[in-house]
Design a protein around this ligand. Structure first.
Ligand code: LMR
Length: 328
């Protein structure tokens, strides 16, 4: 009962109620789709709001709306341009309509681990990609990491052929669709908030996500187990609109961007620990995690890596090379 009450509460209450903003303060709304707590993005958003509300008190007031309660990832991009919300952090898979460069992050087995992904984000090429949606009115403020992606399904998956004929939920990413098809399986694009229900009712058989999403969304409850494939990085773009950011007074903008940078660095430094904790939480909840032998892992790599060919021109060989260099 206590758990159910907590979940209901999370759906109705933003981190800071609207009436807690003082008259004259600029309201900054941050909408995201994941859990408010115990998740890299949920916790980073909370930390950002705490810092803004303390250090910019009287000037700005941030409200966080987690759990898709305000907008899902499809709607939030439009809402940013309309000024209905000022900040969002959709996963990089959700930007297909704006740039094809971020397809890099969905390519299977590009990044060896989270550290490599972070090194790429901090590299010149990674920073250059932050500007790849500026022509359509957005400003990328930084990458927020979530974790490496794992597969789960309603039957054991040890090698890719175990997935044959199954249907997997994917994000709105054509790379993910191609990857699932390479496994001889079917892909269905679904909004994040629909995934639990779709797994539970058998609309789809499996999905791919970070440990933190699999735990906080309770996907493990409606799956046979999770296979530790670490096949791609789930990362977000903290994004705002150019019109809003450049409409701020220069000193306000500077202060805000400094806080954003601090929180980005702090949150990314904590992701590894948080992911490990949520992996353990899944084990403690009684679910099965299947680790791959080197031979099994090779089968996943050999099956999925050929999809690179289809997307490498969209992404650019220079970008792929920079990503691969970050593994060293
Ligand atoms: C998903 O749709 O699976 C993820 O992008 C959700 C998230 O924001 O972590």
């Amino acid at each position: 009962l206590a758990a159910a009450a907590a979940v209901t509460f999370a759906f109705v209450a933003p981190a800071l109620a609207a009436d807690e903003c003082d008259d004259g303060e600029m309201v900054i709304k941050f909408s995201h789709v994941v859990a408010a707590h115990g998740h890299p993005k949920g916790d980073a958003a909370t930390l950002l709001a705490e810092r803004v509300n303390k250090e910019m008190n009287g000037v700005a007031c941030m409200q966080v709306f987690p759990n898709s309660q305000l907008f899902d990832d499809d709607k939030v991009m439009e809402a940013l341009l309309l000024g209905d919300v000022q900040l969002a952090a959709p996963s990089l898979s959700k930007f297909e309509a704006y740039t094809k460069k971020f397809r890099l992050f969905d390519l299977p087995f590009v990044f060896n681990d989270l550290d490599a992904t972070m090194r790429f984000g901090n590299s010149d090429k990674g920073k250059e990609l932050l500007t790849s949606i500026s022509d359509v009115g957005y400003v990328g403020l930084g990458y927020w990491l979530s974790g490496m992606k794992q597969f789960s399904a309603n039957k054991p998956l040890l090698v890719p052929s175990d997935a044959k004929g199954l249907k997997f939920r994917v994000q709105t990413s054509d790379v993910s669709v191609a990857m699932i098809e390479a496994m001889g399986a079917n892909a269905q694009k679904l909004a994040f908030k629909e995934v639990y229900g779709a797994l539970q009712t058998g609309v789809v058989d499996g999905q791919e996500n970070s440990w933190s999403n699999i735990y906080t969304q309770k996907f493990f409850e409606v799956q046979d187990g999770i296979t530790e494939t670490n096949h791609a990085a789930l990362a977000y773009l903290l994004v705002t609109s150019d019109e809003w950011l450049n409409g701020l007074e220069p000193d306000v903008r500077e202060k805000f961007l400094k806080i954003v940078q601090d929180v980005t660095d702090e949150a990314n430094a904590n992701v590894g620990k948080q992911e490990a904790a949520n992996r353990q939480n899944i084990i403690d909840a009684g679910s099965t995690i299947r680790e791959l032998t080197p031979e099994q892992r090779k089968q996943w790599v050999d099956t999925m890596k050929p999809v690179w060919d289809k997307f490498k021109d969209d992404i650019g060989q220079d970008v792929i090379d920079a990503a691969l260099a970050s593994n060293n």
